[in-house]
Design a protein around this ligand. Sequence first.
Ligand code: ADP
Length: 192
Amino acid sequence: KMHLSYITEEGLQISIYTGDITEQKSDIIVNASNTKLKHVGGVALAIAKAGGRAIKQECDAYIRKYGDLQTGKYIKTSGGNLRCKHVIHAVGPIWNADDMGDQRHCIDLLYNLLLDIFKYSSFLRAKSLATPAISGGIYGMPLETCAKVFHQAVNEYSAKHSGKASLKEITILNLHDDATATFILEFGGAFT
Ligand code: ADP
């Protein structure tokens, strides 16, 4: 299996490999959700199915109370039946959507969303986090671009925040080897 794993100078463990995020064991699992927290396709549907009713009920209750999420925002629910403590449901930008501004704006939104998620995970005292390639599927951001944004966000978190923060392990999971290869290339690893 294609796999990249390394530890940054600041002691943050980064892993990239092919796998199903619903089977991942980590304190936080990130979901690539939508503004209505309706888990109808892609990784969100997989997480909703594997996570069970609790996650869906918490998401629906949130929307009833506060309304839709904005793009670039996230909420936390329990982990339901997943092997995690919390799920962070994050709304990535839709690439080339009419109301989304230019591509630079999408890139900035995803970058800030990732940094927010990493910092919030530390606030939750989480040590490990697993995330899919948010916006890199149905939402249409080219995977090379998506991988670059992840790389920059991970570097920024590592350099500026990881020192005294609890989050020490970030795993990026893809369902297919070609997507994993794109991420590994961006992160500068060799194929092993
Ligand atoms: P978005 O709508 O934000 O683009 P998607 O759900 O379409 O999100 O998928 C984001 C990425 O997650 C895609 O690259 C997709 O192939 C991948 N993916 C889908 N299901 C899973 C899964 N069970 N585990 C890990 N990655 C997944």
